[in-house]
Write a protein that binds this ligand. Structure first.
Ligand code: NAD
Length: 385
């Protein structure tokens, strides 16, 4: 019987369960391109419930305990005395969410000789050291597409919030009890007519492009995989051979590539300097793709007009992280991919992966990042090591 160690974010400060705003969520059975939503044999929660926090347990406990497995759920993940460190040495499966990542470092993987399977409840497995997973034959999986549309909606929201100066205007009329129209509009523009680009036109990046098309903007992208010509034509996409050319061409840039060797620290002082003065940068991919302090500098000197996103490093970030207080930001905690709608899909996907694992059935190719000591499935398409 296996031990499944699950690291989830803490419960709401007002207690669990929360009082839900809505009774139900729409049923989503498939994604653009034809991939089906998760198809587990059964689920242990009601779609729309908060299952991503510790008490929610991704709805897994009855399923795992009926089969005789041990489920440990914790949010205590940092430091040598943490529950994660204590429970890891005999765990077979680690489940973690990018919103509260259990960083599986080379050292931790070395000290987990029974670890066979890592499941990301969501998308983005950079919190697992992939070379170590390859070396130690740990299968790494994620629930591909489960929250891609969720993130694309958040990115579009943050683009509009920055360009239209939404958050400061909101603050003038609520927290500051004012009616300061001139102050609110003096940094406010229309998105219409601007050049908007995505770095990484995979599931999320393409969904952002599709959602922005009706805003009558010029759409640009860079990706190592160029999209089919008919799709470029349908959306009027301008392709760039590299990130630098893209960055120089656009007014708004939204980052949607995974964090890996080719993308780490890509948006540094030099890259930001190639962007037009007054550009907006939105990053819902991974914080380490941008240079933290270069972003602050670019905002302070007015080169970037705004920066928004929901990804930080580390997560949770320290209280005095500079992004909490920099000018013209529209940051949120890492929430875009953990709406109640997204949770229903990624919790069902985790269940599907576990059912396959314990029943010795193959895990869907698209859920695989590492298998058999090499990059596989989506990992082979989107990552390098
Ligand atoms: P995806 O695999 O469908 O798309 C990623 C795209 O990036 C691929 O088309 C790939 O070719 C491209 N890419 C990879 N390296 C590149 C490079 N060096 N230059 C240009 N393009 C490159 O994945 P997705 O579902 O679109 O998710 C993308 C990323 O978004 C995830 O890896 C994750 O880090 C992040 N994400 C964040 C959240 C959140 O809650 N904020 C949720 C889900 C995913």
């Amino acid at each position: 019987m296996a031990k499944i160690l699950t690291v989830l974010y803490p419960d709401p400060v007002d207690g669990y369960p929360p009082r839900y705003a809505r009774e139900e969520i729409p049923v989503i059975s498939g994604y653009p391109g034809g991939q089906t939503a998760p198809t587990p044999r059964s689920i242990g929660f009601r779609p729309g419930e908060l299952v991503g926090c510790v008490s929610g347990e991704l709805g897994l406990r009855p399923f795992l305990e009926e089969r005789g497995h041990t489920l440990v759920v914790t949010s205590d993940k940092e430091g040598p005395d943490s529950v994660l460190e204590r429970e890891l040495p005999d765990a077979e499966v680690v489940i973690s969410q990018p919103f509260w990542p259990a960083y599986l470092t080379p050292d931790r993987i070395r000290r987990a000789p029974h670890l066979k399977l890592s499941i990301t409840a969501g998308i983005g497995s950079d919190h697992v050291d992939l070379p170590s997973a390859i070396e130690h034959d740990v299968t790494v999986t994620e629930v591909t597409y489960s929250n891609s549309i969720s993130v694309s909606e958040h990115a579009v929201m943050q683009i509009l919030a920055l360009v239209r100066n939404y958050l400061p205007s909101h603050e003038w009329v609520t927290a500051r009890r004012g009616w300061h129209v001139a102050d609110s509009v003096s940094r406010s523009y229309d998105l219409e007519g601007m050049n908007v680009g995505v770095f990484g036109a995979g599931r999320i990046g393409m969904a952002v492009l599709r959602r922005l098309k009706p805003f009558d903007v010029e759409l640009h992208y860079n990706d190592v995989h160029r999209v089919p010509p008919d799709l470029e034509q349908e959306l009027g996409l301008i392709w760039h051979a590299d990130a630098r050319s893209l960055a120089a061409a656009v007014d708004v840039l939204s980052i949607h590539a995974p964090l890996h060797a080719q993308t780490v620290n890509l948006f540094d002082d030099e890259m930001l300097a190639t962007m037009k003065r007054g550009s907006y940068l939105v990053n819902t991919a991974r914080a380490l793709i941008v240079d933290r302090d270069a972003v602050v500098r670019a905002l302070e000197r007015g080169h970037l007009a705004g920066y928004a996103g929901d990804v930080w490093y580390p997560e949770p970030p320290e209280e005095d992280h500079p992004w909490r207080g920099m000018p013209h930001e529209g940051m949120t905690p890492h929430v875009s991919g953990s709406t109640l709608s997204a949770q229903a899909r990624y919790a069902a996907g985790v269940r599907e992966i576990l059912e396959c694992w314990f029943d010795n059935r193959p895990i869907r190719q698209e859920y695989l990042i590492v298998e058999g000591g090499r990059l596989a499935g989506t990992g082979a398409h989107s990552y390098t090591v």
